[in-house]
Design a protein around this ligand. Sequence first.
Ligand code: HEC
Length: 117
Amino acid sequence: MIRQAASVALSLLFASGGAVAADTPPGKVVFDHSCAVCHAPGLGHPGTQRLAELRGPDRAVLEERTDLDPDYIRHVVRHGLVEMPPWRPSELDDAALTQLVQYLARGKSPSSAQIGH
Ligand code: HEC
């Protein structure tokens, strides 16, 4: 019994450890670096909090949205939106922005997530 539990725990450890390293999309890394400070789930994140007020709790967490258009995300990042600051290409280059847009707008047409605006 104890031995069985230990082996289950061990395989869970391996499963989760492997998944994190191998499956992290590049856009997720950009998101965690540049956006998560304001858009991570939960209280204390001004982006999440503001979007909960504006759009409702179901649409507060950017990483859980399925309705975000690639061009819209690109526009908001480059131009800012009310309290959200804009990013210049020197701060967030087009390659990183494209990865970010692909990550946040996954499920949307990939052709509209290409560089160019
Ligand atoms: C300093 C905090 C802050 C950071 C950092 C930030 N945002 Fe925001 N973001 C906000 C706020 C606040 C809003 C709500 C703006 C409003 O009042 O309409 C917002 C709104 C948005 C929206 C609009 C969503 C909608 O439903 O219309 C998108 C898209 C967005 N942010 C993407 C990003 C991305 C991508 C990044 C990282 C590059 C990022 N934000 C970084 C604060 C931030």
